[in-house]
Design a protein around this ligand. Structure first.
Ligand code: DQQ
Length: 534
């Protein structure tokens, strides 16, 4: 019963039970969104991987079908791992995915819908040409060759696709090309590679529009187009992206100067978010990002609760005006689940104060707040300059008093505040500049043992003289998905409160700095449950 499942989500995507991981092959076909994901039909731990399948008309409510792809041929008999969909001319979807062969080698396979007149694409067939790419003849490491992207067509009329790989510690995106989508030829150089990053899982490569904020079909290139390369680093289980240029003459991707590949680079999400993948939604001219949120409790607890893994709310993703980073925002459809809002306008939040947001179901809520900061003179000095933001957040958690901040939200909080997940800002002075730190502090998120309570953080690029500082958090029982500065920094965290569950969860706004600030506006909506038909 529900009381035994305080951590199941109300409006995030999750199946009835068992293990889930990477989002696979998202697309829209005949007005219907398709979502596939890595799934173990037999248990709450990773294994026996198939492609589970669900469809939706709004990216909020879902209907499940039988798994679309499961082991059935020699080249996928040991597992159907991650991959992507490409819409071929004429509108026919093609899936490229990694299969594990009897010798545990990673190879790439194709799958097509059996019946294109069925908008739900319930059955998928594998052509006899499989596998269409193998590591064996090409000297590629057989256990580091996986996760094909959506293919794009270059002006020479040939398809291109990249596959994640590595040689020793050199992470790389192996490039293939094809005239007919069946016969794939290895290109003699990778699309991109980067030293000392280890295995690149689930690469993603796509164009973004400069200035327009709209999404682009994956094959688009030309003026006013930049490209994004995202990789999921197996060693760290974190993702990084760069913004750069796709040089068609050389068939290589070149990151912009200052756009860094390694672990000091930019991330979609500075918390729990992995193996993500985008697709172009041609019905609304937007690019949508899916990402897997894994658990931070123990494997024993996963087995006990009978499930593991959730998908993040799909996010619209586009290039920020300044062109130096991406911006993400939950798809607007999720707002359909909002009930009547509770609102606060121009409310003083003096140093050291705490304000409860009442009248909402705090365990299942969407909250947006913006702050006015009248005085910045007293901001603490950033010391040392160049400090890692995540480390700074763990040293200066929500309970460490400051001057301008920490201020923000206490989510999934118990009445006595024994438990709380704090999402907050803290303003520093770095020479002549003001620097905003955004943190998600899980250190007090649960009284339970054996929970990973790592604190996350990042610097937020906002001009405090021109903009108010805003925060939105999607709180859903064991998930807190936060968007700072209108989506410039995203942090997703897990919390497993023991006290602050269901009706015993509370939501607060707090200011633990000495400087007074004010809330310019706060809106909080209890969220309806999404319908997920299993
Ligand atoms: N998960 C899949 C792989 C991928 C990894 C296997 C990333 O294809 O590299 O379930 O989480």
């Amino acid at each position: 019963t529900a009381t035994h499942q305080p951590y199941r989500t109300g409006y995030h995507f999750q199946p009835a039970k068992h293990w889930i991981n990477d989002p696979n092959g998202p697309m829209i076909y005949k007005g219907i969104y398709h979502f596939f994901y890595q799934y173990n039909p037999h248990g709450a731990v990773w294994g026996n991987i198939v492609w589970a399948h669900a469809t939706s008309t709004d990216l909020v409510n879902w209907v499940h079908y039988e798994p679309a792809i499961k082991p059935s041929i020699e080249s996928d008999i040991k597992g159907c791992w991650s991959g992507s969909t490409t819409i071929l001319p004429g509108g026919k979807p093609a899936i490229l995915y990694t299969g594990i062969d009897p010798k545990k080698r990673q190879v790439q396979n194709l799958a097509f819908p059996k019946d294109l007149s069925d908008p739900y694409l319930r059955e998928w067939i594998k052509p006899p040409q499989n596998p269409v790419m193998t590591p064996i003849d090409n000297g590629i490491n057989v256990s580091s060759f996986r996760d094909p992207t959506t293919a794009w067509m270059a002006p020479d009329g040939q398809w291109r696709v990249i596959i994640g790989s590595k040689i020793d510690r050199l992470g790389k995106a192996i490039l293939y090309k094809s005239k007919d989508f069946f016969k794939w030829e290895l290109v003699d150089h990778p699309l991109h590679s980067s030293k000392n990053t280890g295995m690149w899982e689930c690469p993603d490569f796509f164009p973004v529009s400069v200035n327009k904020g709209v999404g682009l079909d994956t094959s688009v290139n030309g003026p006013n187009v930049k490209h994004v390369m995202k990789v999921s680093l197996d060693d760290k289980k974190d993702e990084y992206y760069t913004i750069g240029t796709y040089n068609l003459e050389k068939d290589i991707y070149v990151p912009d100067e200052g756009s860094i590949d390694d672990d000091s680079g930019l991330r979609y999400d500075y918390g729990k978010f992995y193996a993500s993948k985008t697709f172009f939604d041609s019905s609304k001219n937007r690019r949508i990002l899916w990402g897997w949120i894994n658990e931070s409790d123990s494997v024993t607890d996963d087995v006990k609760k009978g499930w593991s893994g959730v998908q993040a709310i799909p996010r619209n993703i586009w290039l920020d005006k300044a062109g130096k980073q991406l911006v993400q925002w939950p798809v607007t459809e999720i707002e359909k689940l909002r009930k009547t809002p509770v609102e606060l306008q121009s409310t003083q939040l003096n140093g050291g104060s705490l304000l409860e947001v009442t009248g909402v179901t705090a365990s299942q809520v969407d909250v947006e707040v913006s702050f006015n900061l009248p005085t910045l003179e007293k901001a603490e000095n950033l010391n040392p300059s160049g400090v890692n933001p995540q480390i700074l957040c763990s040293q200066k958690g929500a309970s460490v008093k400051g001057s301008v901040g920490p201020f923000g939200l206490l989510a999934l909080a118990s009445k006595g505040l024994e438990e709380q997940t704090a999402i907050f800002f803290r303003v520093f002075k770095d020479k002549e500049r003001f620097v905003v730190l955004m943190c998600s502090d899980q250190s007090r998120s649960s009284e339970g043992p054996e929970v990973d309570k790592t604190t996350y953080g990042a610097f937020l690029d906002v001009n405090l003289h021109q903009e108010t500082l805003s925060l939105r958090s999607l709180i859903d029982h064991s998930i807190v998905e936060s968007f700072g500065g209108k989506g410039k920094v995203c942090i997703t965290s897990r919390a497993y409160p023991e006290l602050a569950i269901f009706k015993k969860a509370h939501l607060y706004v707090f200011n633990n700095g000495t400087e007074n600030i004010s809330i310019s506006k706060l809106s909080a909506w209890s969220m309806e449950k999404a319908k997920i038909v299993q």
